[in-house]
Design a protein around this ligand. Structure first.
Ligand code: AMP
Length: 303
């Protein structure tokens, strides 16, 4: 069974395509929404009393998500994040991060979630990620995400976490920041020296590279025209969701399975970027996902 821990938040986005204020966001929310289309997904996260009822309804509209681990902390404020994309939508800056309840005691993992075998630690404070990881003694595969804020303010906690996880998923800028190396293959190898068995380095519209102790693999991004990219927020988390869901479904953790799972991550991310918030992932059905997978397979075929 797949589980994700991370943020459930309220986002404000400014992009060349428009702006959206107060939309559903958060690393774990995007992950769970994407993963739940492929396999049942347990969600652990903390929100405050101000969490909008519409956001709960959006999340509840995803049938595959088990909300048993979402806690509403009384008196607390929900995590809020604002970001602005540049004309090159591979580039963005954070406008504000209000941690709110994330500065409180982390959520507790419900007893009936502790047997989860596929564990994804979506973006959150690395000390919290490490603490949550310890609560899954039966795990077959643990993978974490991270981002610039945590690399800056919680570097040592992040290094401790990296010693414990099997894999890490991050974008090229974050990888460069973490190990001071621009070349993705070199950066990936340096990350493996920090502990994980593999690193997936995402390069936005240029696809992703898997650097694993057993080899290297590459996937292209799903080619999206101008109109298909409205808001890239959550693409990374949705990629993680598609990837981990596929592995949980196969119940495999070997190199070939991880390589294959990158394609599922890519396809789920391609739905996310089409709209603000979780809209691009809502109302998706198996037929649309399979159709896009088939298109992707055809486009990426190497003879
Ligand atoms: P992504 O575009 O995949 O990097 O994910 C963006 C999502 O991550 C947004 O919905 C934010 O609410 C959330 N987020 C932004 N900053 C952080 C942070 N420092 N820790 C955890 N989640 C974050």
């Amino acid at each position: 069974m797949l589980i994700v821990t991370g943020t459930i938040g309220v986002d404000t986005i400014h992009a060349p395509t428009g702006s959206a204020e107060g939309v559903m966001g958060g690393s774990a929310a995007y992950f769970a929404a994407a993963a739940s289309h492929l396999t049942p997904t347990r969600l652990v996260g903390l929100v405050g009393e101000d969490w909008p009822a519409e956001h709960r309804e959006v999340l509840q509209s995803f049938e595959g998500i088990d909300f048993g681990g979402v806690e509403i902390r009384s008196g607390g404020e929900t995590f809020k994040w604002g970001g602005r994309y540049f004309d090159d939508m591979n580039q963005r800056e954070t406008l504000f991060t209000e941690l709110g309840v994330l500065e409180d005691t982390p959520p507790t993992v419900p007893e009936n979630f502790r047997d989860s075998r596929y564990v994804f630690l979506a973006n959150s404070h690395p000390a919290v990620q490490a603490d949550l990881l310890d609560q899954f003694p039966d795990r077959a595969l643990s993978v974490c995400d991270t981002m610039d804020l945590w690399i800056n303010i919680a570097h040592d906690d992040l290094l401790t976490l990296l010693k414990k996880v099997d894999g890490v998923v991050l974008n090229d800028g974050e990888a460069a920041q973490l190990v001071n190396t621009r070349n993705v293959v070199d950066a990936g190898r340096k990350i493996l020296e920090l502990g994980p068995t593999f690193a997936v380095i995402k390069k936005g519209e240029h696809g992703a590279v898997l650097v694993h102790r057993d080899g290297i693999a590459v996937v292209p991004a799903f080619p999206a025209d101008h109109a298909a990219v409205v808001d890239p927020t959550g693409a990374g988390d949705s990629f993680g969701g598609g990837m981990m869901a596929h592995l949980a479904k196969l119940d495999r953790t070997d190199f070939d399975a991880i390589q294959e799972s990158l394609a599922w991550g890519t396809v789920m991310a391609s739905f996310t970027i089409g709209s603000f918030g979780l809209e691009g992932l809502r109302g998706l059905d198996d037929a649309r996902i399979s159709e896009r997978m088939d298109q992707y397979r055809t486009m990426a075929r190497i003879g």
